[in-house]
Design a protein around this ligand. Structure first.
Ligand code: ADP
Ligand code: 5GP
Length: 197
């Protein structure tokens, strides 16, 4: 069986990553979403073990000490990290793994696993990003401004990514993501492995 591939999706908070990924995952048994650990408080509607593993700072430090995280980073006052075990298990089961992580974490993963494919999702405009962050209604005006500032610095790093998707409509963004993932499976190195099996 072919091992799955790892895909990183990064992009500013509020750009629509969760929304687009939710659509992408419909009827896709071949994909695995990596559930991150975070010290941030759950938003309304978020479930522990579904959207994130919501844990304390102390527990997060224990995971770092045990080298249980593939990568981790601090983002606007909270810690976020990718548990290694489940990602490796899913890839060994032949599933493509998707990590929704910010740019520092993406850099750490690329260093450890150079064959990871990185996709940056951008908003159609800054005004639209601010509108989405505000309309989500989960962050105070002060937090929205912090997330917007962070978004501008994140965009500076986007040129090291392999692909750039603009989330104008969810449908378009999902179509582009699916096309990128499919194309990555058509690379000669992968296809020739199938022949030699
Ligand atoms: P992220 O996961 O990147 O932080 P969300 O998926 O939570 O972002 O989306 C932020 C807000 O933007 C949500 O209210 C969502 O419904 C809205 N949204 C997402 N994609 C689009 C889009 N293409 N057009 C309009 N609104 C969108
Ligand atoms: P949010 O609080 O909006 O859910 O996420 C804030 C940021 O943290 C987003 O850019 C998201 O991609 C990122 N993030 C979520 N999980 C992880 C993770 O495990 N590692 C890293 N490095 N970033 C993450």
């Amino acid at each position: 069986m072919q091992k799955g591939k790892m895909f990183i999706i990064s992009g500013p908070s509020g750009v629509g990553k969760s929304t687009v990924l939710h659509e992408l995952f419909k009827n896709r048994e071949d994909l695995y979403f990596s559930i991150s650990a975070t010290t941030r408080e759950p938003r309304e509607g978020e479930e522990d073990g579904v959207h994130y593993h919501f844990i304390s700072v102390q527990r997060f430090q224990e995971l770092i000490d045990a080298e249980a995280l593939l990568e981790y980073a601090e983002y606007v006052g909270n810690f976020y990290g990718t548990p290694k075990k489940y990602v490796d298990r899913a890839m060994n089961d032949g599933k493509d793994v998707i990590l929704d992580i910010e740019v520092q974490g993406a850099l750490q993963v690329k260093t450890k696993r150079p064959d990871t494919v990185r996709i940056f999702i951008a908003p159609p405009s800054w005004e639209e990003l601010e509108r989405r962050l505000t309309s989500r209604g989960t962050d105070s005006p002060e937090k929205v401004q912090k997330r917007l500032l962070r978004a501008k610095s994140e965009l500076q790093t986007a040129d090291v990514y392999d692909y750039f998707v603009i989330n104008d409509s969810v449908e378009n963004a999902v179509r582009e993501l699916s096309a990128i993932m499919l194309a990555e499976h058509c690379k000669p190195a992968d296809r020739m492995k199938i022949l030699s099996e």
